[in-house]
Design a protein around this ligand. Structure first.
Ligand code: LCS
Length: 394
């Protein structure tokens, strides 16, 4: 396989982990839609199960899935990746690998709802304790570390508050206490941020979002920095079973090729729309890492290569006025999820983060007036005209 590790990001997005099929010359990676692989003879089968390279059974590895794993691993600067059935399967792969009875995890308080809810509602059954802190201030993380803290789990930019965490500072604090650092990089995508290069041990994605980008697949990925960690994750993942289907992997491979193009376009739209809203008299507040008014704009410039394409805002008149916006826009579609080619709008407190108790939501700044927009690649003028029209209705 050609080494393209030193090439530009756009080149790596398109070519990393891919090769022309030696038998047919096929340029696109074929879908190896098979559940199992035949062995040449008994000794070959035994060797494959004994650890020699070779495909055995699709839950344990498949060439199409592997092409995607190698692609994302190279984009993130990791040693390898593990495709997962969903973003949540990726999150659970990390939790299940690192945490065990009597251990503790410190996590960002504003996490995607289910990433937090499973720590609060399910893992205590297995003797795992969790503390949620505002990781936008690393001192909060330092104060929450315990002797039994094995995992520091960070989401930056965080869903849906768009708060950032200084990955390098957090990793130093966690490593000083011997904890593993995992970063959910879904909101930035590898195009804008590479947590492993900033000190994280594990990076994970809901590829349902920017990486696939076409709102037609649910999928996840975990990338490890070093082979020992990858082996630990694989051991848990392959037998727990939340693995990826080759057809699913093929769809994401097709989607990822345009990640850079989509990101550039969506970010341009997001920046213009956020600027328009920031200056609009009906808008109360807006949080977008691309705007200088973001409390951590300097950090965004330091650890990200752009502000991304998601922002949250509140309109004057609170939740009711926010509903007027959500119910009347014509271009952004009222739906959860983000990172697709089309713009989506949603209300986190009653949708994606509804499972978190109200008091905890408010403590994490997921206020009732917060409206989240994931900006897509439409004609900018249409997005602005649409928002201007609905804001006039308030
Ligand atoms: N991590 C983050 C940051 C996410 O935003 C999501 C999904 C996940 C993990 C889970 O990924 P999934 O299993 O859905 O592929 N976020 C969603 C959201 O904000 N709206 O709908 C799903």
């Amino acid at each position: 396989m050609k080494d393209i590790s030193k090439r530009g990001m756009m080149t790596r997005i398109i070519h990393a982990g891919q090769h022309v099929d030696p038998q047919t010359g096929a340029v696109a990676t074929p879908i190896y839609q098979t559940s199992t692989f035949s062995f040449r003879d008994a000794d070959h089968g035994a060797a494959c199960f004994g650890g020699e390279p070779g495909y055995k059974y699709t839950r344990l590895g498949n060439p199409t899935t592997e092409a995607l794993e190698n692609n994302i691993a190279q984009l993130e600067g990791g040693c390898g990746g593990l495709g997962a059935a969903s973003g949540m399967a990726a999150v659970n792969m990390v939790y299940l690998t690192i945490l065990s009875q009597g251990t503790h995890v410190v996590a960002t308080e504003s996490l995607y709802g289910p990433s937090r809810m499973i720590l609060e509602n399910e893992y205590p059954r297995f003797g795992v304790e969790s503390t949620f802190v505002d990781t936008s201030n690393p001192e909060n993380l330092a104060a929450a570390m315990q002797d039994n803290t094995k995992l520091v789990y960070i989401e930056t930019p965080a869903n849906p508050t768009l708060k950032l965490a200084d990955i390098k500072a957090c990793a130093e604090i966690a490593h000083a206490k011997g904890a593993v650092v995992a970063v959910d990089n879904t909101f930035a995508s590898p195009y804008l941020q590479n947590p492993l290069e900033l000190g994280a041990d594990i990076v994970l994605h809901s590829m349902t979002k920017f990486i696939n980008g076409h709102t037609d697949v649910v999928a996840g990925m975990v990338v490890a920095k070093d082979p020992d960690m990858l082996a630990r994750l694989a051991k848990v993942h392959y037998n727990m079973g939340g693995t990826m289907d080759p057809h699913q992997a093929w769809l994401v491979l097709r989607g990822v090729k345009s990640l850079g193009l989509r990101m550039e376009r969506a970010m341009e739209n997001a920046m213009k729309l956020a600027t328009f809203l920031e200056n609009h008299p009906k808008v109360d507040w807006i949080r977008y890492p691309g705007l200088e008014s973001h409390p951590q704009y300097a950090l965004a410039r330091k650890q990200m290569r752009g502000g991304g394409a998601v922002f949250s805002f509140g309109v004057k008149g609170g939740l009711e006025a926010g509903k007027t916006v959500i119910n009347n826009v014509e271009i952004p579609i009222l739906a959860v999820s983000l990172g697709g080619i089309e713009s989506l709008i949603e209300h986190p407190a009653s949708m994606t983060h509804a499972g978190i108790p109200a008091a905890e939501r408010l403590e994490a700044d997921i206020t009732d007036d917060l409206v989240r927009i994931a900006v897509g690649c439409e004609a900018y003028e249409d997005l602005e005209a649409d928002l201007a029209r609905v804001l006039d209705m308030i």
